[in-house]
Ligand binder design. Structure first.
Ligand code: NDP
Length: 314
């Protein structure tokens, strides 16, 4: 038996958001000795959030990073091995399955739980890329502080954009919110909060034409897509909050994904088309995308993994 064979992992968990940690808690308590690779952002998207008010069990709300710290401690308490590392290649055609970490380390596993989540989308303007980190950001909670007492712009009209606009409104003198249609996609309560915040100004039917500035953001040029009118607003920060892309590219050779890249799972379960490979959380959920639904699907993935390992050994 080679060293690699001796070290076959029963339950490998890829990703460390609510789905990954919940899968780890269940797998560890079932004695599957789960091994987790966290990805670049340990804790996932909730590390970019402030107050989480809708996760059951926290009646007063909790900060996203604090909640993820609790998740991590709970997973570790039952013996999950947590490693920092990024999955760069997989081969699900073999038994056990093969997973490469950071292009170099090979991990073999009987079952794999994919909980890699989703990441921020960008507008695609060259100026957005050039000024990223110098005024352009996709995370108000991470970077808002740098624009304290200045004027900023934010693009997007979903719950994330509203949440981030409200966050920025507490730090900045004025928040210019750029909305491409004449209505917002966000929930009514979030829209109401935005529209009732005096220092948030909404620009309806507006698109970002250009972010202006040589080395740092100086202003943003908007185009009204109904009238063609151009408006330039002086801002120091430009925040992009237009949704997310599932982190599924590395699995696409072996798993089915939909037109947006979400991994396709079977009949409301976390099962993928490969026995022993499960997907949970935002990488397979474009509908609900909540911490609590991600956690729930992580639990389901661990239960399926446990069942599958049992069947495999019969
Ligand atoms: P969404 O996909 O819900 O919204 C994306 C927004 O960005 C839409 O308004 C969309 O416009 C706009 N948009 C997309 N592309 C562009 C573009 N190129 N230019 C300008 N605008 C653009 O993403 P969110 O990240 O806001 O939310 C994701 C999920 O997470 C949702 O289900 C949301 O409810 C949930 N969520 C819940 C929170 C909470 O409950 N506290 C907090 C944050 C998120 P259009 O509407 O025209 O398509």
């Amino acid at each position: 038996m080679s060293n690699e064979e001796k070290n076959i992992v029963d339950c490998l968990i890829i990703g460390s958001g609510p789905a990954g940690y919940t899968a780890a808690i269940y797998a560890a308590r079932a004695n599957l000795k789960p091994v987790m690779f966290t990805g670049l952002q340990q804790g996932g998207q909730l590390m970019n959030t402030t107050d989480v008010e809708n996760y059951p069990g926290y009646p007063k709300g909790i900060l996203g990073p604090e909640m993820m710290e609790d998740f991590r401690k709970q997973a570790e308490r039952f013996g999950t091995e947590i490693n920092f590392g990024m999955v760069t290649k997989v081969d699900f055609s073999t038994s056990p399955k093969k997973v490469w970490i950071d292009d170099t380390k090979l991990v073999e596993a009987h079952s794999v739980i994919i909980a890699t989540g989703a990441e921020a989308k960008w507008l695609g303007l060259p100026s957005e890329k050039r000024l990223n980190g110098n005024g352009v950001s996709a995370c108000a909670v991470c970077d808002g502080f740098f624009y304290k007492n200045t004027e900023v712009a934010i693009v997007g009209a979903g719950d994330t954009a509203c949440e981030e606009a409200l966050y920025l409104s507490k730090l900045c003198t004025k928040v210019h919110m750029i909305v491409r249609r004449d209505e917002m996609r966000a929930s009514k309560i979030m829209q109401d909060r935005v529209l009732n915040t005096p220092n948030i100004q909404v620009y309806w039917n507006s698109e970002t034409d250009e972010i202006i500035g040589e080395n740092v953001v100086e202003s943003v040029r908007l185009k009204n897509n109904k009238t063609g009118e151009i408006t330039e607003i002086a801002v120091k920060g430009f925040f992009v909050a237009i949704g997310h892309k599932p982190n599924s590219d590395v699995f696409k050779e072996f798993l089915d994904t939909d037109d947006q890249g979400y991994i396709i799972t079977q009949n409301g379960t976390p099962k993928t088309k490969i026995p022993g490979v499960y997907a949970c959380g935002d990488v397979q959920d474009k509908t609900y995308r909540q911490a609590v639904t991600a956690a729930g699907s992580g639990c389901m993935a661990a239960l399926e993994s446990e069942r599958w390992l049992g069947e495999m050994r019969q």
